[in-house]
Write a protein of this length. Sequence first.
Length: 366
Amino acid sequence: MADSTSSNGPEMTDGRRTDPFDEPVRVGISGLGRSGWSIHANVLAQISEKFRVTAVCDPDASRREEAIERFDCLAYATIDEIIADNAVELIVVATPSQLHVNDATAAMQAGKHVIVEKPMAPSLDGVDEMIAVAEKTGQILTVNQNYRYHPDFLKIREIVDSGILGRIVQIRITGNGFRRRWDWQTLKRFGGGDLNNKGAHSIDWAIHFFDDPHPEIFCQMETTPLFAGDAESHVKLIIKPEDGPLIDVEMTNCCAYPQDAWLVMGTQGTLVSPNRREIHWKYFDPAEAPALELDTAPTPDRGYNSETLPWKKESFTPDFSFLNSMNAFYTNIFNSIRTGSPLAITAASVRRQVEILERCREMSPV
C-alpha cells in the first residue's frame, strides 16, 4: 500500500457499520525502532481482534516498507503526516525521548488518543504540558509502564498488602549486571542513561509502596567507561517517604555478580526474589510466638538472646509472558476508548515518577 492520506472510517461489514464496541481500534505507530517495532508492532500483530495497525511513521524508508509488508498499512515519513490521517484513532509515540512532548501534544490536538513510550518526557514541565493538552482536548493519554503488569511485581504487591510481613521497613530493587554499550541511548542529548531506561520502571514500581508525593531522596549517578557516550551507567537512589518504607533502588552496569532483584524487609518476615523468576518469603504470626518482654537480668550463658520463631515459608514462580503484560496494558486502553472505562495507567500517576527522575538529575548531574 503506497504512502497517502486516508480518511477511512470504521470498517464496513456486508455494507453495514459494525458495532463500535467490537470495532478494532485503529492504531498509528510513530517510530519503528526498538520500542515501536520490537514491542508495540509485535504485540499489536498478535491482538488484531482489538487493534489494527492502520499507519506507521518513520524517516527510514526501509522500515516503512517492512511495516507495509507486514500490516498492509499506510506509511509516512513525518509525524505531521500520520497525525493528519483521519483513519488513525490512537497514536503510539515511540520516537526518541526528546520528541515525546511535541509529538504527543500534536497528536492529541489532532484528535488522537496517545500512548507515550517511557520515559514519558525529559522534564516535569513537559509532563504537565502533555497533561494540560489531554485535559483540554479530552483525549486519552497514557504511558507504556507495562512493568506494572509484570507478575513478580503484582505478586510482591499482593504479599506486601496482605500484611503478613508486618510493617515494611525497607525495600530494595536492583537492576544490575555488567554490560558495555555504545548505542544512542548512552548519550544524554538523546535522553539516554540508566536513570531513564531502567529507572522509569524501577521508580514506577517504588512509588506504589507509599503515598508521599514529595519524598526525601538521595541520588548518586556516575558515567563510566562502560558507556561509549556521556550518560550515566551507574545509579544509586534512596527514597524516604514521610510514611512508608525506605526504598533502595540500584541500577548499574558495573556489577558482574548481580544482586537480588527484590528484597523486602518487614517486622514479621522477609521476601526475596533473586532474579524475578522466583519469589520466596518467610514470616511468622506474632500471636504464635512467645511474648517479647524486656529482661535486663544477665543471660544464663552470657550470650545473646535466642529463640525459635514459628516460621512459615512460601514460594511462587511468576508466569512470565511479555505478551500477557502488554495484552493487559492494551486491553485496558481498548476498554477506555470503546466503553469509557477508567484508565489504569494515568499520566498523573506517572508524573510522580518523572518528578523523582528530574530531582535525581538535579541532585547528581553527570
